[in-house]
Write a protein that binds this ligand. Structure first.
Ligand code: FES
Length: 133
């Protein structure tokens, strides 16, 4: 039986304090402890991007980050992008243009595109390819 370690962090603007196993990933913490299931798990080794979240405002693959590594951090998931019921412009664009296939990786794309447009409001094709690659 592994010990539990204290974890404090803020997710989507809400402060949480929990005790977690040392080897629990951030993705599992978000899904299992906080029931924030928009963070999807595909490859579980940092390749597919379905699990992408913001950690202190920067995208990160939550399947390759231990929950304890985000001690005192600000985490944002796809659930935290919009304020209230209003979609963000990125979410609205995905909605209007059917910017998905099966939708499984859509939360990861929303996070990645949100960061891209924050840093490059009018990205070039090369910047888009780099960000999504
Ligand atoms: Fe594929 Fe995390 S689940 S990168």
């Amino acid at each position: 039986m592994s010990s539990l370690e204290p974890l404090q962090l803020t997710v989507n603007g809400t402060a949480y304090s929990r005790h977690v196993p040392p080897r629990m990933t951030l993705a599992d913490f978000l899904r299992e402890e906080l029931d924030l299931t928009a963070t999807h798990l595909g490859c579980e080794h940092g390749v597919c991007g379905a699990c992408t979240v913001f950690i202190d405002g920067r995208t990160a693959r939550s399947c390759t980050v231990l929950a304890l590594q985000v001690q005192d951090a600000q985490v944002t998931t796809a659930e935290g992008l919009a304020e209230g019921d209003a979609l963000t412009p990125v979410q609205q664009g995905f909605w209007e243009r059917h910017g998905m296939q099966c939708g499984f990786c859509t939360p990861g794309f929303l996070m990645t595109v949100t960061e891209l447009l924050r840093e490059h409001p009018s990205p070039t094709d090369a910047e888009i390819e780099e960000a999504l690659g």
